[in-house]
Write a new protein. Structure first.
Length: 244
């Protein structure tokens, strides 16, 4: 269960969140818990999570190791904070910051090279779904992105299916719609990386996951976890999702 805080919270607010959140998930051993705050809060989050099973992740990662890349943060810099995950290719990065399938692949490789677990996002836009192109878009994002990894690299990633029309809109994909998309992705994984990899890979669903819909989503065997935006900002609500 991963929380993506997007561009919310300061370091002090991060510490306050963890004080409230930690006791609520202390006994939650059924899943891994990851919080992805803005870069500037990674160190505060790692300190606040110390001694708990909660892991910390970045929301993006540079594809280069270092260099003249103003505004970028490298894998080594993220690792130095103590974070262990990085979201890659979130639809908001694709939509507003020019992220492409090719750069998603490069960032995924950089995360793996740094020893981080990338959470690689795919998902169709509303017009793509309405024009019947959901499957084609997911296949393209997979083929032009994730499929460029080696078998060993693939074993180190988590995939997130995030239909763009469901993100921050309050419109959740029905569990059946989400499961259908997960099946398409898993089918691609099987064709490229084999059955074992397809069975083992974790595919998270993201898009308006809330305490009151998480149970039915997680009841789908295809859905292995959630990537939660808005509802992860509040300790009580994210704990309710973790403890569904
Ligand atoms: P949301 O965001 O839960 O606010 O819809 C999900 C995400 O973008 O990861």
């Amino acid at each position: 269960m991963a929380g993506n805080w997007k561009m919310y919270k300061t370091p002090a607010e991060t510490t306050a969140f963890f004080e409230k959140f930690r006791p609520l998930v202390e006994k939650s051993e059924h899943c891994e818990i990851v919080i992805c705050p803005p870069f500037t809060n990674l160190a505060a989050a790692v300190i606040a999570a110390q001694g708990s099973p909660i892991r910390v992740g970045a929301q993006n990662i540079a594809w280069a190791k270092e260099g003249a890349f103003t505004g970028e943060i490298s894998g080594a810099m993220i690792v130095a904070t103590g974070a262990t995950y990085a979201i890659v290719g979130h639809s908001e990065r694709r939509q507003y910051f020019g992220e492409t399938d090719a750069t998603v692949l490069k960032r995924t490789e950089a995360a793996l090279a740094a020893g981080l677990t990338p959470i690689v996002c795919v998902g169709e836009r509303l017009e793509e779904r309405e024009s019947g192109n959901t499957e084609a878009v997911l296949v393209r994002q997979f083929q032009d992105g994730i499929a460029g990894l080696s078998d060993a690299q693939f074993a180190g990633i988590v995939i997130a299916y995030e239909p763009v029309w469901a993100i921050g809109t309050g419109k959740t994909a029905t569990p059946e719609i989400a499961a259908d998309a997960h099946r398409v992705i898993r089918h691609e994984v099987r064709a490229k990386f084999g059955k074992e990899a397809a069975d083992a890979v974790r595919i998270l669903y993201g898009g308006s996951v809330k305490p009151d819909n998480v149970k039915t989503l997680m009841a789908q065997p295809e859905i292995d976890g959630s990537l939660v935006g808005g509802a992860s900002l509040d300790a009580v609500s994210f704990a309710a999702i973790v403890n569904f």
